[in-house]
Design a protein around this ligand. Sequence first.
Ligand code: SAM
Length: 230
Amino acid sequence: SDHTLEYPSSPEAMDWSSYYPAFTTDTSPEESTQLKKLTKDVEVVDIGCGFGGLLVALAPLLPETLLLGLEIRTSVTQFVQEKIWALREQNEGKLYQNAACIRANAMKFLPNFFKKAQLTKIFICFPDPHFKARKHKARIVSTTLNSEYAYALRPGGILYTITDVEALHRWMVQHLDAHPSFERVPEDEVEKDECVKVMQNETEEGKKVARNKGQKFVTLFRRIEDPPWE
Ligand code: SAM
């Protein structure tokens, strides 16, 4: 429950320096009691990142962008963080400095971690389907949560979704189509997007579905500009 979840009181209060040491500014001794600042903000988030296949595959493709996985299971979060540390070491500190994973409930406190319009991409890959109607409120795509994603994404930013469960695919499309801050990304653009291939082929779930010869439903949504105040 929430009392075991750690979350900052605001995005400014979050100390990211231990997650991205290579992207941290040196602070002078007088400043050492202050939070160390990152040279750039986290811009890409993988919600429910599981074992981190997407993060690890995207990190070398987007070497100057900070990527963050959010995962609710403590042991899985630790596994991903340790995998990233090992990869940094194997690559003599030159790669994977831009990836990290934290334990968080993505359904709660998202605005505590990210400022308005901070993110350029949000990934929702093979989220838990919660088939039963009484469990639908646990789905990671909902009217309320979509507003939080819209808040954190900058105009032009992309929300990526993929699932092998057709009913969940329809649910996500229905809720995102209905949201005034999102528009569907056309098919030709989806096909050209490098990140889509990673989402299909490098996530643990994507690999499992491929082994079982299952279908993968991909839909991308663009965060549109807010209308001017009337
Ligand atoms: N995205 C990964 C992939 O494609 O291989 C993992 C998919 S797995 C089916 C769903 C993951 O979401 C699990 O690791 C689960 O622990 C995590 N999860 C479920 N609810 C969550 C929440 N509210 N906040 C963060 N992670 C969550």
